[in-house]
Design a protein around this ligand. Structure first.
Ligand code: PMP
Length: 406
């Protein structure tokens, strides 16, 4: 008997994949990262198409310079939380810049996007409150609800009518109602009908919280996200985001149209009891906000690349999960086949995400592509060529899988 016995089924799953492709896909190591769209494994250069580096700003000269200058000026780490050690000028500057960009009076930044949702959801929902959460909510939204005493009700994915029914059913209950959705869902790349969600939430007396982790920077006329794209940004009660995608750094933010949101700095445990983000991370994100505001070409680039890749893959009859967008996910029949195809792509110079349950909705196995404004037309041509070739050898790969697991 061992403390690890409970993981025997998971270990079997890992072993099976290893038997099929000869490695653990979650243990992949890049020997070098050369640019937002290129990495190196051994002597092979790999096209990166699964990084969430939507605007390609991780190697932007200005973002890199901002991070270096912050290290020179204020050191490598903050060595404590803002509650204990005080705030750095960088923290406050970025909060002001994000609040201005979103047109909201309050914005708090956090050490990661994950902690952002843990903090904000647990800080907002008290024990008598009810949280209504989309069925496909990200792990950190689910975990945020677990940090509260509030009751949680899940509604059907992207379905405002189902939310309406469930809010009406809970109408008599004491306490506030917090509805939590995402702008673009990370696995399928599908978009929430945010405008309808705002109406339903407010008609039922609730507050709307939207996680724009994958959509801030990419959607909306000035890059504020899907809520801005749908024209309802000024009606969103709380908007969260991460620095780890379009903002090319690590950290997260939550902004609100309610100035009273500031009080939660004194109750949010994953804000108060963890070290604040480093000056370098914050300064890189601050510069990225500037780019998002002032360089719309970045958004235009990624949109154009996404449309072309989506069209090409559709023409090859791949089973795509959503309309064209920065995430293009291909549904595969099962984990074993998906892993074999993922591995073939990697061996042929293309990195996409192997996305499997429990990280995916509906227990699907996906080849998940995330695009970047830094991808060139040639990169898209190359991706299309590789997927075309994959299509040709899919039968052979399935045969190989069957032989290996027989
Ligand atoms: N929200 C969503 C929807 C996410 O997909 C993620 C992570 N990919 C996060 C929050 C957490 O962000 P981070 O990785 O920056 O902690």
């Amino acid at each position: 008997m061992s403390i690890f016995d409970k993981y025997a089924p998971l270990q079997q799953r890992v072993d099976l994949v290893r038997q099929i492709i000869g490695r653990d896909p979650l243990g992949i190591k890049f020997d070098d990262i050369l640019s937002p769209t290129r990495g190196r494994i051994g002597s092979r250069e790999i096209v990166l198409a699964g990084t969430n580096n939507y605007l390609g700003l991780t190697f932007d000269e200005d973002c890199m310079r901002a991070a270096r200058t912050a290290v020179d000026n204020h050191g490598t780490g903050t060595t404590g939380s803002r509650v204990a050690n005080g705030s750095y000028a960088e923290h406050v500057d970025l909060e002001v810049a994000l609040a201005e960009h979103l047109g909201m009076p309050s914005c708090v930044i956090f050490s990661t996007g994950y902690q952002t949702n843990l903090s904000a959801i647990s800080g907002l929902a008290g024990d008598k409150d009810v949280i209504f959460m989309d069925a496909d909510a990200h792990a950190c939204i689910i975990d945020g609800t677990r940090l509260t005493q509030a009751s949680t009700i899940r509604f059907r994915h992207n379905n405002p009518q189902d939310l309406d029914r469930r809010m009406k059913r809970a109408a008599g209950t004491e306490g506030d109602k917090l509805v939590v959705i995402e702008g673009m869902y990370s696995m399928f790349g599908d978009i929430a009908p945010v405008d309808e969600f705002v109406d339903v939430t407010h008609q039922n007396g609730g507050y709307l919280f939207i996680d724009e982790a994958h959509s801030y920077g990419v959607f909306g006329p000035t890059g504020c996200g899907v809520a801005e794209e749908k024209g309802v940004l000024d009606r969103i009660d709380f908007i969260s985001g991460t620095f780890s995608k379009s903002l090319a750094s690590v950290g997260g933010f939550c902004a609100s149209i309610h100035p009273e949101f500031e009080i939660t700095r004194k109750v949010m445990r994953p804000y108060m009891f963890t070290a604040s983000p480093t000056p370098a991370n914050v300064s890189a994100a601050r510069m990225a906000v500037e780019k998002i505001r002032t360089v719309p070409r970045l958004r235009e680039n990624i949109k154009a690349r996404a449309e072309r890749l989506h069209k090409g893959l559709s023409e090859m009859h791949f089973d795509l999960c959503a309309d064209p967008g920065p995430v293009i996910a291909i549904r595969r029949p099962n984990e074993a086949v998906c892993a074999a195809e993922w591995n073939w792509l990697l061996e042929n110079g293309v990195y996409v995400n192997l996305a499997v349950p429990p990280g995916t909705p509906q227990s699907t196995s996906l080849l998940r592509i995330s695009l970047s404004a830094a991808h060139t037309e040639e990169d898209i041509t190359l991706l299309l060529q590789k997927f075309d070739k994959l299509k040709d050898i899919q039968g052979q790969l399935v045969q190989d899988v069957l032989e290996k697991v027989a």
